[in-house]
Design a protein around this ligand. Structure first.
Ligand SMILES: Nc1ncnc2c1ncn2[C@@H]1O[C@H](COP(=O)(O)OP(=O)(O)O)[C@@H](O)[C@H]1O
Ligand SMILES: [Mg+2]
Length: 158
C-alpha cells in the first residue's frame, strides 16, 4: 500500500535503480491512479531534475539521461489501435531505450510486450495499491531484485 504521493514517488525511485536499456514497463490503472506520479518518481530517481510532464497531449515525452534513451508514452487519447501503428513509435522500442507506457491497452495487441506491468489502483483519497507482474525473464530478474531491495514492494510481514 502506498500512503500519499511521496510513497508513489519513492516506489518509482526504487524501480529507477533497477532499470536497464531494453526494458518495457507498462503503467496500468484508471485515471488518477498515480501512473504519471510513478513515472515522475522513476525519472527523479534516474537523476532527472526538470519538470516531468504528463504525455497525455503529446503522446510521448523523450528524455536522454546519461546515454539512456527514456520514452514516456501515454496512449489515453487513442480511439483505436490503428492509431498506434500510424503514430510510428515502434522503432522507439529497441535495445537502447527504456519505454514506460501509460494506457498500453489503448494501443492494442501489436504494442511490444511488457517486461514489467505495474498496476496502480485508488484505495481511498490518500492511498494507492500496487501490483507488479513480470511476464518476461528480464522483467522477472528485475522484479526479484526489486522485491529483495525495495521496502515498498516487499510482501507484508506475517
Ligand atoms: N499513493 C498516493 N496516495 C495519494 N495520492 C496519490 C498517490 N500517488 C499519486 N497520488 C495523486 O494522485 C493524483 C493523480 O496522479 P497521476 O499520477 O496524475 O495519475 P494517472 O497518471 O494515473 O492519471 C495526483 O494528484 C497524485 O498526487
Ligand atoms: Mg497520467
Amino acid at each position: 500500500m502506498l500512503e500519499g504521493e511521496a510513497a508513489t514517488l519513492a516506489l518509482g525511485a526504487e524501480l529507477a535503480s533497477l532499470l536497464h536499456a531494453g526494458l518495457v514497463v507498462f503503467l496500468e490503472g484508471d485515471l488518477g491512479a498515480g501512473k504519471t506520479t510513478l513515472a515522475r518518481g522513476i525519472l527523479q530517481g534516474l537523476g532527472y531534475e526538470g519538470k516531468v510532464k504528463s504525455p497525455t497531449y503529446n503522446l510521448v515525452e523523450v528524455y536522454e539521461i546519461s546515454r539512456l534513451y527514456f520514452y514516456h508514452f501515454d496512449f489515453y487519447r487513442f480511439d483505436n489501435p490503428e492509431e498506434w501503428e500510424e503514430a510510428g513509435f515502434r522503432e522507439y522500442f529497441n535495445g537502447e531505450s527504456v519505454c514506460l507506457v501509460e494506457w498500453p491497452e489503448k494501443a492494442g495487441a501489436s504494442l511490444p510486450a511488457a517486461d514489467l506491468r505495474v498496476r496502480l489502483g485508488v484505495a481511498g483519497t490518500n492511498h494507492r495499491h500496487v501490483e507488479v507482474q513480470a511476464p518476461t525473464e528480464a522483467g522477472a530478474r528485475c522484479l526479484k531484485r526489486w522485491q529483495a531491495r525495495g521496502s515498498l514492494l516487499a510482501p507484508p510481514a506475517p
